[in-house]
Unconditional design. Sequence first.
Length: 296
Amino acid sequence: MDAALVGRDAVVERVWRALTSGTPVLLDGPSGIGKTALWRAVVAHAGRTGWRVLSAAPTEAETALPYAALADVLRPLADALPGLPAPQRAAADMVLLTGEHDGAVDDRAVGAATRTLLDAAVTGAPRVLLAVDDPQWLDPPSARALRFALRRLSRWPAVLATHRTGGSPPVPVPLGLDDDPTGRHPLLRADVPPLPPADLHRVLAARLGGTLSRPLTDRLARDADGNPLLAIELARAVLRLPRPPAHDEDLPVPSSLRLLLAETLRALPGPSRDAVRLAALLTVPALRDLAAAGVP
């Protein structure tokens, strides 16, 4: 499998083999370790090789938007809506905002429609991938509907999700993937490990060029503890210093990824901060949408 991910080829291959055998996969790892990059690589490969991909990548800002993530998952299946029973069709129309409806939403009808559509997709296509990135940000109605459907499907699609570890309290396993009542879908928890120093060197060289000395790169790799996002932000913080730190000096930068990113944002010009803020509000940031909002 062609995956242009530094140091991650073995993990990607393991995940792909599991999915092709019908095993649901959870990509485990802390924030910044590269779960989303792996998720995107596998999803893209599935699309290139003819799989039908049903995906959602919710953000924290969308947890209050009912059925936002479920709409992303079901939108490729909209052509099948006319064949649904009337209550399920009305529920699916409501989720996809394709019809006019009055009154309260029936959660059971939404769950049943989700199950029927997923069942038809799995039956009608040779390969189907249900992929959810950052499922901790699923809006609760979407999470309930997907979990309802998966518990009742006799045949699952391939399922791929990411799972953030290392937090307090721990983030529960999403969608009930660790609680399959049939026992037919044992979960593979694929750990995304820290990158070794040699691979972090390649990451830093690719992202920042040859602007850092080898000893300084070694220190950054060590202080980042194998986390590529943290290593990149540490390197950028060092590059903002008036001079590189000497070998016997501590790196005068915060070790918190949140603080590092906050410093990076504060250093941007005001219009750039506005552009980042608008991009963060979009499910899938696109230049055309930012341009329409007046961002050059």
